[in-house]
Design a protein around this ligand. Sequence first.
Ligand code: NCD
Ligand code: ZN
Ligand code: ZN
Ligand code: ZN
Length: 361
Amino acid sequence: MAKLTLPGLVDVHTHMRVPGGEQKEDFSSGTAAALAGGFTTILAMPNTRPPLSSAQDLEAARHLAINDIRCDLGFYAGANPGQIDQLAECAPYTTALKIYLNETYGPLRVEELSTLDTCFINWPAGKLIAMHAEGQIVAVGIGLAAVYNRPVHFCHISRKEEIELIASAKERGLPVTCEVAPHHLFLTAADAERLGPLGQMRPPLAAASDVEALWEHINSTVDCIATDHAPHTLAEKNSPSPPPGVPGLETSLPLMLTAVHDGRLSFNRLVELMSDNPRRIFNLSKQPETMVEVDSEHTTTISDQRLFTKCGWSPFSGMTVHGRVERVILRGQLVYEAGAVFAPPGTGRLLPESPWQNETT
Ligand code: NCD
Ligand code: ZN
Ligand code: ZN
Ligand code: ZN
């Protein structure tokens, strides 16, 4: 048995599906999955129904979350062309702003340059802007980071050309960061064929050469591992028009520990990618008396059976991984051990805890 201790992990990209998608996930099931995966802090995306694009809808979502979350959770506001004038008022309820520049699941999309400009002008300077940008659109995000001289974070970077452009932007000192999802590190377009709708997500699974490029940048350009936990029910996935997205909260750490086991990155680098860097980039303070214990040698086959996510399936099912979460302690409280979640709903805290927390009075 090889016991290792990590700080509480942070997943900056999850979809909790409340409001409007509770058949896929809710705050209670989603944060149970988070704890089982070693995450004590998660950020929830705004592509809900309605989307989280007004102070009113964000406040309502926070009210729904406060008694349900088992780990700490912050929200993204979603840039919505129809409600763009309300952006500044959203900020106090959130950790960051999300802008969708490409087609994906949900109602949010920004297509006009004027809307993008408004985002960069109205969103408070102290809070991050994150983007779903694919292919050449990554260059749009880099351009905006340069022009407005403020940080831009790229979600789920998946292709060689994208990671290389971000590497060049960083070399020139531009304030850009990026995350990579485990499905883009461990699966390819060949798996997508095998998996059918369960292998469909945005950005889609890429070529082996893209996967190779992501691993080549794992110690340099990649800032965070983020799951893009995007659960959909099996019924939805097996329908004639399956929505894109796959769950990932419970499989991300075991997969990354397997990469450490296989010598593809160091344990210290894993901790940077899954805890230190996301905390620094998103300005999230450390949780006291919080840690994750793993058995780095335990071998398991990922299965749909033992999952806490409401969707009940994984694109990684059948894969053998080295590394299992044994215990999670959050602020001195035992919240997960040996397959059981002990944190009752309401254990988690909202980020920021009060919308007025960061205001100077
Ligand atoms: C996400 C979802 O289902 O909300 N789907 C996905 O394929 N990644 C949306 C997103 O993150 O782009
Ligand atoms: Zn996305
Ligand atoms: Zn997502
Ligand atoms: Zn081994």
